[in-house]
Design a binder for this molecule. Structure first.
Ligand code: AHM
Ligand code: MG
Length: 292
């Protein structure tokens, strides 16, 4: 590698490390916002979800902190229409408060993030790191980078490594499918019924927590194509790609019904996608059933 290429890689690595540490540090303020900003706002996000004050606050804090990092060129968020820009080479995409409808019943919520080499909308193959935070009984963080997934506990924003190599357990145990049986297609309903007969239901209404069930116990999470909404509910760039990168780095698989979510490139920043994530054999089984 030439000296200048070497320097570029080193700079990029340093930027990625800074993004991870900044998100970890910012979780203390997000936890505060979950406590203080509990009300509804008058606005909706670009995909039409009603925003809570906490969604807006979390987005503002992340934008301010992440865009201030040298090397971060842009900040794209599920909670804002346009990409905010600065100078740099890497691009952050984030769902600042995933599962915020769990705020009222005081259940799990999280932050999902990814760093891309190209400005979104872009392919999942341009991810260099992704991860998520869970604001549960404790605050934890998963980071996928260089083919490896690590888990940390966060205390006052500081990371403590608890698992150096997170992998999807080989024997699947749990499943969680969003959308509701009445809205599923017949093909998905048939395969879902056969999986339901084999595994245990775990569905909490926050993708971060449900995906962490899959990473902990093995199994599958899906938010499928719905009859009334073939594009599904979840957003490719902010939820699909980062989770696919984590699951695939942990030895699992991802699909939009046709192939890996990482191979898909949104034409619009806030595009939705059907999404299937978990143990490889389960994803293959679902893919065979729903293939378009
Ligand atoms: P959000 O990012 O607006 O909070 O929405 C995403 C959430 C996911 O975390 C979760 O899997 C899904 O929406 C739950 O949807 P539903 O309420 O239809 O079960
Ligand atoms: Mg979300």
């Amino acid at each position: 590698m030439s000296e200048s290429l070497d320097a570029t890689t080193t700079n990029a690595d340093a930027t990625v490390a800074q993004v991870i540490d900044t998100i970890a540090e910012t979780t203390t303020d997000v936890r505060t916002a979950i406590f203080t900003e509990r009300g509804h706002s008058d606005s909706v996000n670009p995909t039409g979800d009603e925003q809570l004050a906490a969604d807006i606050r979390a987005d503002e804090i992340f934008e301010q902190r992440l865009l201030a990092i040298d090397g971060v060129a842009s900040y794209a968020s599920e909670e804002r229409e346009a990409v905010a820009t600065s100078a740099g080479r890497l691009h952050v995409a984030i769902d600042p408060l995933d599962g915020s409808s769990n705020l009222e019943p005081n259940s799990g919520m999280g932050t999902i993030f990814g760093v891309y080499t190209e400005r979104p909308p872009t392919s999942g193959r341009n991810l260099v790191m992704s991860g998520f935070v869970i604001y549960g009984p404790v605050t934890s963080m998963l980071v996928a980078r260089d083919g490896c997934v690590r888990e940390y506990l966060l205390e006052d924003g500081a990371k403590r490594l608890v698992d150096n190599e997170v992998t999807v357990p080989e024997d699947p145990t749990v499943f969680g499918f969003g959308g509701g049986v009445d809205s599923w297609t017949d093909d998905f309903e048939t395969v879902a019924e056969s999986i339901r007969a084999e595994l245990k239901l775990r569905y909490g209404g926050a993708m971060v927590a449900d995906i962490n069930q899959v990473l902990t116990y093995g199994g599958v999470f899906a938010y499928p194509a719905l009859m009334s909404r073939p594009e599904g509910k979840l957003r490719l760039q902010f939820e699909g790609h980062p989770m696919a990168y984590i699951l695939e780095s942990a030895g699992g698989a991802s699909s939009n019904g046709d192939g890996s979510l990482l191979d898909t490139e949104p034409t619009e920043l806030h595009e939705r996608t059907p999404l299937y994530l978990g143990n490889e054999q389960l994803i293959e089984r679902i893919e065979a059933a729903v293939e378009r």
